[in-house]
Design a protein around this ligand. Structure first.
Ligand code: CO
Length: 237
């Protein structure tokens, strides 16, 4: 380390130093609390869940769900988008389903998502505009529902929720999922939204465990969610 020319390594007080120190403490503490934890984990990878979430640093899968390393397989991108043409995301799903044999896929959006906000406000952010266009497509598909919501902040929350529903639909329509269900593999897809304000996960009530027609799945999921939303809004607080 002493002859390393990387300036980050030459300043012990740098912010990167803190990460390495934290890591050493964390690893030593976990190894002390659970002897053999790391060798055991190194020998097998057997998570039960796949998390598809936003890259936002405030939404870390393991911490939110109280899970240790080894318990959840994770894919994250801006605004938790699932695209048939995204080799990265589809490869993660294929590996999770066919190799790891995970049992649950959870698409998790979050309120206050900057990607969703940019899509709603048609804000330019740069190259990522091309990616955020997929959230804009969700807006266009559900424009009537969204524009019927007069409160802007509430409209943005609704777009976060509808985006999760659309991405759950996108997961379910992947050939790898259809094949798994045709084989009788136990596999369900869920949609959640995380609240930055309270740290709580909200279940959108989606639980797809069999091959479904895309249009019917979307229609039923959106109708059920809008009904629940109306009930919550109408209920005394
Ligand atoms: Co986000």
């Amino acid at each position: 380390m002493s002859d390393c020319q990387d300036p980050c390594h030459q300043h012990p007080e740098s912010s990167l130093r803190r990460l390495l120190d934290n890591n050493r403490e964390w690893a030593e503490r976990l190894a002390a609390e659970q002897p053999g934890f790391f060798p055991r984990l190194a020998a097998q990878h057997n998570p039960e869940y796949l998390w598809i979430g936003c890259s936002d640093s405030r939404v870390p899968a393991n911490e939110i769900c109280g899970l240790l390393p080894g318990e959840i397989f994770v894919h994250r991108n801006i605004a938790n988008i699932v695209l048939q043409s995204d080799l990265n995301c589809v490869s993660v799903i294929q590996f999770a389903v066919e190799v790891l044999k995970i049992k649950h896929i959870i698409v998790t959006g979050h309120y206050g998502c900057l990607g969703v906000h940019a899509a709603l406000e048609e804000k330019r952010v740069g190259l990522a505009d091309h990616w955020i266009a997929h959230v804009r497509a969700v807006f266009s598909r559900h424009e009537d529902l969204l524009m019927a919501e007069p409160v802007r902040a509430e409209r943005e929350r609704l777009l976060c929720e509808l985006n999760v529903i659309e991405q759950v639909v996108n997961v379910c329509r992947l050939p790898v999922m259809q094949d798994a269900w045709n084989r009788g593999q136990e596999l369900t897809v869920h949609g959640w939204v995380y609240g930055l304000q309270d740290g709580k996960l909200r279940d959108l009530g989606l639980c797809v465990g069999e091959r479904r027609r895309t249009d019917a799945l979307r229609r039923e999921a959106v109708t059920a969610w809008m009904a629940q939303r109306a009930q919550e809004t109408g209920a005394p607080s």
